[in-house]
Design a binder for this molecule. Structure first.
Ligand SMILES: *[C@@H]1O[C@H](CO)[C@@H](O)[C@H](O)[C@H]1NC(C)=O
Ligand SMILES: *[C@@H]1O[C@H](CO)[C@@H](O)[C@H](O)[C@H]1NC(C)=O
Ligand SMILES: [Ca+2]
Length: 263
């Protein structure tokens, strides 16, 4: 297993960042990742492997779901749910679903890679939740280029959406975002609904802009090979939504040089 180490500042140290979802000592707005058949994988906003069993349960419950059972995880796996990250599931068990055997994930095996029932519930992992009614928005994009849009597009988006898209391309590449359509409830400071761009893995650091209204935002090029987009809508007034695409720029040259090559 590959462990990612992120140097992330916590909400507590960033007074200016609105800490949506921080409640009872748990960050509930952990990041929404892959999902299938009502089962989805979440990691804490603090990064990978940061949730105790208790916190993992709270994350699922907060969203109206529960920890996935082994059978639910297996059902999702059978329709292609493949995640290379161990998470808590029902009754304090830890594991992850592997569809395609690979040498760097799942020990070359296919199936639920099962770490068994953990005696120590303070161990920190990700989590697998089950909620068949969960909203579907956001995700992780690792393709070289991709077109994506607000939930339900070209229909209007709905109230109370929160979506995170993570774009991760190859090391040394940059991400070039280009907007094709844009219409988000307008207000002067974009407090109601907005799309935010972060030039980073999460929505704590690397803030690059918040957008609403119906003017197309300008193209944006990342500094590194990751980017996060966050879309949030409040409880009233929706709009047409947005559609955008990204493509990758091979920038080994610039990457060695510095971050200010693009303005
Ligand atoms: C349980 O796991 C936590 C987190 O990994 C660790 O700090 C703690 O020492 C463990 N407790 C025992 C009894 O092994
Ligand atoms: C940095 O960029 C300049 C041109 O902008 C180039 O001449 C130089 O060779 C680059 N340095 C490296 C280490 O790539
Ligand atoms: Ca709204």
């Amino acid at each position: 297993m590959r462990l990612f180490s992120f140097t992330l500042a916590s909400c507590l140290f960033l007074q200016d960042v609105r800490c949506w979802g921080y409640k009872d000592g748990v960050l509930h707005n952990s990041i929404w990742l892959e999902q299938a058949a009502g089962v989805y994988h979440r990691e804490s906003r603090k990064g990978r492997y940061q949730l105790t069993y208790k916190e993992a349960k709270a994350v699922c419950k907060y969203e109206g779901g529960s920890l996935a059972t082994y059978d639910q995880l297996e059902a999702a796996r059978q329709i292609g749910f493949h995640v290379c990250a161990a998470g808590w599931f029902d009754r304090g068990r830890v594991g992850y679903p592997i569809v395609k055997a690979g040498s760097n994930c799942g020990f070359g095996k296919v199936g639920i890679i099962d770490y068994g029932y953990r005696v120590n519930k303070s161990e920190k992992w990700d989590v697998y939740c089950y909620n068949p009614k969960a909203k579907e928005c956001g995700g992780v994009h690792t393709d070289q280029q991709k077109l994506f849009s607000s939930p339900g597009y070209p229909e209007e988006y709905q109230d109370e959406q929160i979506c995170y898209w993570h774009i991760r391309v190859r090391f040394g590449q940059k991400i070039h975002l280009h907007f094709l359509d844009f219409d988000i409830e307008d207000d002067t400071s974009c407090l109601s609904d907005y799309l935010e761009i972060y030039d980073s893995y999460d929505d704590v650091s690397g803030f690059a802009g918040r957008y609403c209204g119906d003017e197309l935002p300008e193209d944006f090029i990342s500094t590194g090979n990751v980017m996060t987009l966050k879309f949030l809508s409040d409880s009233s007034v929706t709009a047409g939504g947005f559609q955008l695409q990204y493509f990758t720029i091979n920038s080994d040259f610039q990457a060695i040089n510095d971050t200010n090559s693009f303005t």
